[in-house]
Design a protein around this ligand. Sequence first.
Ligand code: MSP
Length: 521
Amino acid sequence: MNKRFFITTAIDYVNGQPHLGHAYEKILADVIARARRSLGQEVFFLTGVDEHGQKVQQAAQARGLSPQAYCDELAAEWRAFVKKLGISNDDFVRTTERRHQAVVQAVLNKLYAQGDLYKAPYRGWYSWKEETFLTDKDREPDGSWHPRWGEVRELVEDNWYFRMAGHQSWLIEYIEAHPEFVRPETRRNEVLGFLKTRELEDLCISRPAARLSWGIPIPFDPDYVCYVWFDALMNYFSIPVAHGDRDAAAALKGFYEPGSVRDGEMKLWPADVHVIGKDIVRFHAIYWPIMLRAAGVPLPAQVLVHGWWQKDGAPMSKTTGNVVDPVAVIEAWGADALRYYVLRELDVGADGNWTDAGFKARYTAELANELGNLVNRSLSMLRRYRGGVVPARSEELAAEARQVSRESRELLEQNQLQPALLKIWSLVTRANQFVDQTAPFKLAKDPAQAQRLDAVLYGLAETCRVLAVLLWPFLPETATKIYAQLALEGSPNRFAAADWGGLPPGHRIGEITPLFPRKDD
Ligand code: MSP
């Protein structure tokens, strides 16, 4: 059985409000997933929600609901959000699901049996808001706690710890030997810098159930639940195990009883890409590989770290109301307009700033006036001058289309999304220039130029078709519309179809409508 290309996003806190940042991460992962499928790989794309922890317990209490009832309601909203974005995920994980909990408990049992876990008292300063103990390094210069920590109180309690001793040096060596493990380079350097200058402290992986009951019970000590990050990270592994990945489950032999597998057996682990934001790099590039290594599980191939979006130069925040609501953007402009803007605006890793004016400017100049106009005028001329019937095959623009296909393919294979989009766009630009240079409307007036006009019209229509195929991972609705306007069967979702000459002479194209209608404010 072939291993599938396995890609994940971070799982969102169920009690947060879906905003542009969450949408962005899913869009990035979706483009990679679609690109791989288009290139012929079998893909498994996982996203979902993180449901345990203090904040969820408190929020449910405030609403007078049980935590489970509260999560059920919110998980449904997150699922609807993912659907609205048009994300092509294959599964949606909720950390309260039995299939996930069973694996978390099996890993805990294995680590316990191996002596990787021990119980010890802890006295420290605890932030209730962030659910974390703080150290003196977290204090402000004047010794106070920053308001972002919320209420900070001294707390003494016994807890379970995961030994870090012995893990730091192999991890440094591993990251040095595997430059692709943390991308982009700046984030890799940050992780290496941290590992080389700070000694990792043992990780506290439990919370007393008396203070926090909303979590996965520690199987060998029922007075405790599992720390929410240990639980959440494990989703990337629990879902492959739940889908019957035998090699993955083998690491838990003796600790895990495989249940009935719904969809048959799959081979998913190790993950190929974990797409995450810059704030959670340490969890993914330090604790996650250590957890896996200790459990005897191979490491994922890549942690791909994206930057953060602001709006109008300030952080997005529910409290200040400074948020971009992706659902409102999609309802007004379409999902592809949102996808195009975020993918074109930022290379993976860079931070971004959303402004409504910037968004509208790209929509008008690039989507409507460049891509939209190219398709519209190419197909309109074909209809006007040749009754919508594709003329004999020509090689006009073929060389350019072949080069762009080849180069954008190479970029997509390296998850270089913005460079790939720019490369594809260079074909849009070239084809628009070609219309201006060849002036088909003049050729049409001269009967002696009929063959030349045929060649130009074929080149343009075929370029539109190739663009649909190349753009499909980025703009799936638009690509599908271009195919429909060309009256082609099926979907432009196979990269191999970008080969020149797919448009058959004599074929009659379909109805032409603007891809990106201009909007008056
Ligand atoms: N639940 C944890 C992740 C556990 S993964 C095993 C969490 N959730 S979150 O809802 O706070 O964030 C989910 C993802 O959204 C993170 O990757 C985070 O970086 C990303 N973003 C949240 N706000 C963002 C922006 N303003 N901009 C871009 N991405 C942002 O952390």
